[in-house]
Design a protein around this ligand. Structure first.
Ligand SMILES: [Zn+2]
Ligand SMILES: [Zn+2]
Length: 273
């Protein structure tokens, strides 16, 4: 990705630290054997799998991962240090725990937001970067069961997080990607995954041109949310959706300028606020 995005390489460098932390965590993660029947039962109820079966989270391990993510953010943006300190204090006092960071509620990590005064976007980044390896390992065994299932919600069927990126695949179908767990699911072409608004009326589409052909800012006039989208038929050599999202911060700048917000912020989005 850095080869393809050479002019951005310096800006994208902090993500290398994130990926290194995830790789380190990968040794000691719990996995789970999921049966097709229990997945189907959960999805029929409209419930993501982690609602009934959240991953076991070792408080000390999560604390290390969260601490590293907070330190990185404080280094990049010193103005957030006091709020991050309040979050650390709330963690030590037991007011915020690992389970509070799971993407279950509409506002991810609400106790952390309340205790620290950090913006929800910041807390959702911290939650995502802390929990991704845990959720990914825990849910890997369930991925194959989704194919035959009907899941029409705009949240991840595996972990319940809002979508992070859109891939357009064969036949023009849309596949939403989850940054929290690495899951993906197909979604209606003409419905907003963030507010369920239907039809072409609310659609706001801004197509990138030139070197970024194939990338689109896909927004919704009803909820003012957006996701970036990549047409994989035009970009067969694109990277994983998470990296494609991270590596296109210039498109986020345009979307923000137009008054749109995305549901799961990346690190560079936070520094631009
Ligand atoms: Zn997920
Ligand atoms: Zn919407």
């Amino acid at each position: 990705m850095l080869e393809r995005r050479r002019p951005l390489a310096a800006s994208l460098a902090p993500y290398g630290d994130v990926l290194a932390r995830w790789a380190e965590a990968a040794d000691s993660l719990a996995e789970r054997r999921w049966s097709a029947a229990e997945c189907a039962a959960s999805w029929r109820r409209g419930a993501p799998l982690t609602d009934a079966f959240p991953p076991p989270l070792d408080a000390a391990d999560v604390e290390d991962a969260l601490g590293a993510a907070m330190e990185q953010l404080a280094r990049l943006d010193a103005a957030r240090a006091p709020a991050l300190q309040r979050l650390a204090d709330a963690w030590d006092a037991g007011a915020v725990d690992a389970a509070a960071l799971l993407p279950r509620a509409a506002v991810i990590g609400a106790p952390a937001t309340d205790a620290s005064g950090l913006a929800p976007e910041v807390v959702s980044w911290l939650a995502c970067t802390t929990l991704r390896p845990y959720l990914d390992a825990w849910l890997t065994g369930a991925r194959a069961h989704l194919e035959a299932q009907e899941w029409t919600r705009g949240v991840c069927p595996f972990c319940g997080a809002p979508p992070g990126f859109i891939d357009v695949i064969e036949g023009g179908h849309r596949r939403l990607a989850c940054h929290f767990c690495g899951g993906a699911w197909t979604f209606a072409r003409l419905r907003c995954p963030l507010c369920d608004a239907e039809g072409t009326g609310p659609l706001y589409r801004l197509k990138a041109e030139g070197a970024d052909e194939g990338y689109v800012v896909s927004g919704c006039r009803s909820c003012r949310g957006y996701l970036k989208e990549l047409d994989r038929r035009e970009r067969w050599n694109g990277g994983p959706p998470l990296l494609e999202d991270w590596a296109t911060p210039h498109l986020d700048v345009v979307a923000r300028r137009e008054g749109y917000r995305k549901p799961v912020s990346a690190l560079l989005d936070l520094l631009a606020f």
